[in-house]
Design a protein around this ligand. Structure first.
Ligand SMILES: Nc1ncnc2c1ncn2[C@@H]1O[C@H](COP(=O)(O)OP(=O)(O)O)[C@@H](O)[C@H]1O
Ligand SMILES: [Mg+2]
Length: 317
């Protein structure tokens, strides 16, 4: 059994919902509204499926994003049906080491918020302290406001947000930027969502020192470091995307490389893997170039050999 709206079948249960609510002028209008939201749900599911596919590991992060998306969707649906529902907080905190996928997930989140109609444009503007805070008196407010203007209708991603607050310098202009951000966060009409990002421990003390700000950040997502196997998996996926392949031997060498790289300073999880792969591609290309007049096969062109990693300085120590 189904009711036909605009050529689509709707489950009969939905007709009951529409009979119960008095929000809509007509039964027909109610059914159309519900159908539109069913479509939205499908679109959100698409983004979540893509997130699942694009990102290796990160199970707790994916779970949190699904929870947040579900909550925001239900809020939208309840509102459509005239059910009371307090406004969900949209501002977020993404904590974790560099290269754990915070920016990548923020892009997806902007898409989800856009599809749900919480923001009008859905773009992501990434900034750090230097984009918000001026060097001289009177420079900070215009800088911060300019950034906010650019981010309106989208998501403002503030990377290493704790640099905005310098407890040892009470005349630091960072606090001026925080004040302006606070006003905008409070004012939901501004149609802007802010994501604060950075290392977990530093973000924790940043929130402790700025309780006003902390209380306006409703959603906390923590990005764990990857283990070597996940990083290898990420590397293989990156290579596959660019139509390269590893031999069994070069895969072992890449895993060795990852283990060494993890011990080095400035290790940045998946970003370090991406950089390693870029350099391996460069060495592979040099190898092809040096092959002289030998005819290059397709296999030559797509294969990353162990030596393409082994020439790294990490193996020379
Ligand atoms: N789980 C993952 N699976 C695949 N690629 C990833 C994953 N996490 C990060 N990356 C890739 O690593 C790079 C750095 O990620 P990014 O989102 O910029 O990290 P962060 O913002 O935490 O520093 C990007 O190229 C991204 O595509
Ligand atoms: Mg980032």
């Amino acid at each position: 059994m189904g009711t036909n709206v605009a050529g689509h079948k709707l489950p009969s249960g939905l007709r009951a919902v529409c009979r119960e609510t008095r929000t809509y002028g007509s039964h027909e209008r109610c059914l159309q509204t519900i159908q539109a939201s069913t479509q939205t749900k499908r679109q959100i599911q698409e983004v979540l499926d893509q997130l699942d596919k694009d990102l290796i590991g990160l199970v707790p992060v994916k779970t949190r994003i699904k929870e947040i998306a579900a909550l925001l969707l239900v809020h939208r649906l309840r509102k459509l049906l005239g059910l009371s529902s307090s406004n969900p907080g949209l501002h977020m905190s993404f904590t974790g080491s560099p290269g754990t996928g915070k920016t990548t997930v923020a892009l997806k989140m902007a898409d989800i918020l856009f599809r749900l109609g919480y923001i009008k444009k859905g773009h992501l503007v990434t900034v750090t302290r230097d984009d918000l805070v001026g060097q001289y008196i009177g420079h900070t407010a215009p800088k911060t406001k300019e950034v906010l203007k650019r981010a309106m209708g989208g998501v403002l991603f503030i990377d290493e947000a704790y640099y905005l607050y310098k407890p040892d310098n009470e005349r630091d202009y960072g606090s001026e930027a925080i004040e302006i951000l606070l006003q905008v966060m409070e004012n939901q009409r501004e149609d802007l969502v802010i994501i604060f990002a950075g290392y977990k421990d530093r973000m924790d003390s940043f929130y402790e020192s700025n309780p006003g700000l902390s209380s306006r950040v409703a959603n906390h997502v923590d990005f764990p470091d990857y283990n070597p196997e996940e990083l290898l998996h990420i590397g293989k996926m990156m290579l596959q995307e660019q139509q390269y392949r590893l031999t069994a031997e070069s895969e072992t060498v890449l895993l060795d490389y990852i283990a060494l790289r993890m011990q080095e300073p400035h290790f940045a999880n998946a970003r370090s893997v991406r950089n390693a792969i870029d350099r391996a591609r460069m060495r592979q290309a040099n190898r092809m170039f040096a092959a002289g007049s030998r005819v290059l096969t397709k296999a030559d062109l797509v294969t990353i050999q162990p030596e393409d990693f082994l020439r790294s300085r990490l193996f020379r120590k």
